[in-house]
Design a protein around this ligand. Structure first.
Ligand code: 3SK
Length: 518
C-alpha cells in the first residue's frame, strides 16, 4: 500500500484555516494584513495556477522574493501540489541567478520586479526556465512576463486538493554557500519543517498562538524561514515582515509599532542596535518582546550582558545550519550561559570527535556532528560533498566545539578557522570575544596569518568605535589586553585597524576573505 500522506502545506496552512485561527491575522506586512483564511485561499489559487501552466510534482520553482505575502503564497502553493519551491537570496548578482536556475533546472521563476529588472537581460542563458512570474508593483506596465497577481487572481478556484506526498517527499530546497565552490542545493523533506518546529520553536521558544514573531533575517535564509514563517504558522501565531534592509533604526521602529513578542536577529545586528542606543538619547520601547534569539555566529557574551542591562531581555544564542534546517544547540530562557551556545535541542543528538572519529571527553576541541529528523537528505548533484558531509545518519557541521563538564557547548571556530599556534589549538573566536569586551572595539575578526617560516599566528582585524583613535600605541595596548585576559600564547601577534569587515548578506563575518595565504 501507499505510505501515509503528509504534506507540509496541509499542516501549516490548511490546519489553521480549518480551525479557530481562520480569521486570525497570519501576516502583517507594512500596512497589509492577511488572515489565515486569506492565506489559505491565495495558496490554493497559486497551486491551481501552477496546474494551469502544467507544473507537476517535483518540478522546481525558484523564488527570489522579498519578505511578503507573495513569498508565502508561492512557497506553500508550490508545496501543496508537490512542486519544489527554492527560495534564494534577493541580493545576488545576475550570474548567481543563472547558476541557481540552471543548477536546479527550475521550470518556473517567481521574482519581485526590482530583482527581475537586473536579471532580464540574461534571460537567454536560463536553460530550463519556461515561466517567469513577476511580482509587479501597482503601476507596472510590463507585459512580457506573467503578472503574479493576475496569475493568482485568474486561477479562480480557491479550492485545491493537495497532490499525494509523504513525509519523505522533497518539499523545498535552499542553497548553502561554503567558503569555496558553487552554492549547494540543500534538499529538505515534507516533515523537515514540522520537526524543526517541534524541536526548537515549540520546545525551546515555547511559541504559542498569541505570539507575534519578527525576524530581521529574511525568509530566504534557513534561519529566517523558520523564524518568520513556519514557526509562527506552526503555532497559528502572527508573523511581522519588514521588506526593507533591517537597519537598527527600522528594526527598532518595527518593534515599537508592530509589537512582536519574539524577536530574531544576528550578532552583528544586536551589536549595531546596542551601538545605536548608545548614540541616541531615547531608549526604544521593547516591552512587547518576551524573548530575543540570536544565531548565525556566536553571540559575544558582552552583547548578552549589555542587552540585558538595556532592555532586561535575554538573548537566546543558538546555532543551526541550512543543512540542519534550524537551530540544534541553544541556550534556554531559564538557563543562559553567556558566550556558550547552550546545550543540545531535544530531537537532535550531538557528538564531538577527533580526526580518527574517536568521541572526545569534556573540554577537548573537536569536530561537531549532529543527527535529527530535520537534517537534509543531501546535496543536489554533489556526490563528493555528500561523501564528505555525512557518516550514516550523522552529519558533520563543519564547526569545532568543546563541551564543558556541565554539558554546555562552546564554539571554537569553523573546522578550517581553528589555528594551531605553537602546536596548541587557539580559537580565533575566543580572542575576538576578549577584544570585544573593550569599550573602544566595535567589531573584530581574528584569522591565521603566516610567518615567513609558514608557522601560523593570530592576526586581529579591528574596527574601532572611534576610528580617530587608531595608533601604533593602541595596537600594543590591544595585544597586551588579550595577553592579560587569556592564556598569554593566545594574544594576536599583529593588529590591523580597518574601516569595516567583509560580511555575507546575513551579516556573518567572512574570515576566509581576511586569511593571508602566503
Ligand atoms: O547560522 C545559523 O546558526 C542558522 C540558524 C538557524 C537556521 C539556519 C542557520 C544557518
Amino acid at each position: 500500500g501507499l505510505k501515509k500522506q503528509y504534506n507540509a502545506a496541509l499542516r501549516f496552512i490548511d490546519e489553521n484555516a480549518n480551525s479557530s485561527n481562520k480569521h486570525k491575522t497570519a501576516v502583517v506586512c507594512d500596512d497589509q494584513t492577511l488572515t489565515y483564511q486569506e492565506v489559505f485561499e491565495k495558496v490554493n489559487q497559486f497551486g491551481n495556477a501552477l496546474f494551469n501552466i502544467n507544473v507537476e510534482s517535483e518540478n522546481r520553482v525558484l523564488i527570489a522574493a522579498h519578505d511578503s505575502p507573495e513569498f508565502v503564497t508561492a512557497f506553500f502553493g508550490s508545496i501543496k501540489i508537490g512542486a519544489v519551491p527554492i527560495p534564494v537570496n534577493t541580493m545576488m548578482q545576475p550570474h548567481d541567478y543563472e547558476y541557481f536556475l540552471n543548477n536546479s533546472r527550475a521550470k518556473v521563476f517567481v521574482v519581485h520586479e526590482d530583482i527581475w529588472e537586473r536579471i532580464e537581460p540574461y534571460r537567454d542563458r536560463f536553460l530550463f526556465l519556461k515561466h517567469v512570474i513577476v511580482i509587479q508593483s501597482g503601476n507596472s506596465t510590463r507585459t512580457d512576463v506573467i503578472n503574479f497577481h493576475e496569475f493568482v487572481g485568474n486561477a479562480a478556484s480557491t479550492d485545491l486538493k493537495p497532490v499525494y506526498t509523504t513525509a519523505e517527499d522533497v518539499a523545498f530546497w535552499l542553497y548553502s554557500s561554503g567558503s569555496t565552490g558553487n552554492p549547494k542545493g540543500v534538499i529538505h523533506r515534507q516533515r523537515s519543517m514540522e520537526a524543526a518546529y517541534e524541536n526548537y520553536a515549540s520546545n525551546i521558544l515555547n511559541i504559542k498562538n498569541e505570539d507575534r514573531t519578527f525576524s530581521a533575517s529574511k525568509l530566504f535564509f534557513a534561519y529566517g524561514l523558520g523564524n518568520g514563517l513556519y514557526f509562527p504558522f506552526g503555532a497559528g501565531a502572527t508573523t511581522i515582515f519588514l521588506q526593507e534592509r533591517p537597519t537598527p533604526e527600522r528594526v527598532f521602529e518595527t518593534i515599537e509599532t508592530k509589537k512582536p513578542t519574539i524577536f530574531f536577529g544576528v550578532p552583528t545586528l544586536y551589536g549595531a542596535m546596542i551601538n545605536y542606543v548608545s548614540e541616541h538619547d531615547r531608549l526604544p520601547d521593547l516591552s512587547s518582546i518576551r524573548v530575543c534569539v540570536s544565531a548565525g555566529e556566536p553571540l559575544p557574551a558582552e552583547y548578552v550582558k549589555k542587552w540585558k542591562e538595556l532592555f532586561n531581555l535575554n538573548i537566546l544564542d543558538g546555532i543551526g545550519s541550512t543543512e540542519a534546517l534550524h537551530i540544534y544547540l541553544s541556550n534556554r530562557e531559564d538557563n543562559v550561559k553567556p558566550g556558550s551556545t547552550g546545550t543540545i535541542v531535544s530531537g537532535y543528538d550531538a557528538k564531538i570527535v577527533d580526526e580518527t572519529g574517536r568521541k572526545l571527553p569534556p573540554n577537548e576541541i573537536g569536530d561537531l556532528l549532529i543527527k535529527g529528523e530535520s537534517i537534509t537528505s543531501g546535496y543536489w548533484l554533489n556526490l563528493m560533498e555528500n561523501y564528505n558531509k555525512f557518516q550514516g545518519e550523522w552529519m558533520f557541521t563543519g564547526d569545532k566545539y568543546y563541551q564543558d563538564e556541565e554539558g554546555y557547548f562552546w564554539y571554537s571556530g569553523r573546522s578550517d578557522d581553528m589555528l594551531k599556534v605553537g602546536g596548541i589549538w587557539v580559537s580565533p573566536i575566543e580572542i575576538e570575544s576578549t577584544l570585544l569586551t573593550r569599550e573602544d572595539v566595535l567589531e573584530t575578526a581574528v584569522v591565521g596569518a603566516k610567518y615567513e617560516n609558514n608557522l601560523v599566528y593570530p592576526k586581529a582585524y579591528v574596527v574601532l568605535k572611534n576610528k580617530d583613535e587608531a595608533s601604533d600605541e593602541l595596537k600594543e595596548t590591544l595585544k597586551l589586553y588579550v595577553k592579560q585576559n587569556l592564556a598569554p600564547y593566545k594574544y594576536p601577534r599583529e593588529v590591523e585597524f580597518v574601516d569595516e569587515l567583509p560580511k555575507t548578506a546575513t551579516g556573518k563575518i567572512q574570515r576566509y576573505k581576511l586569511k593571508v595565504d602566503n
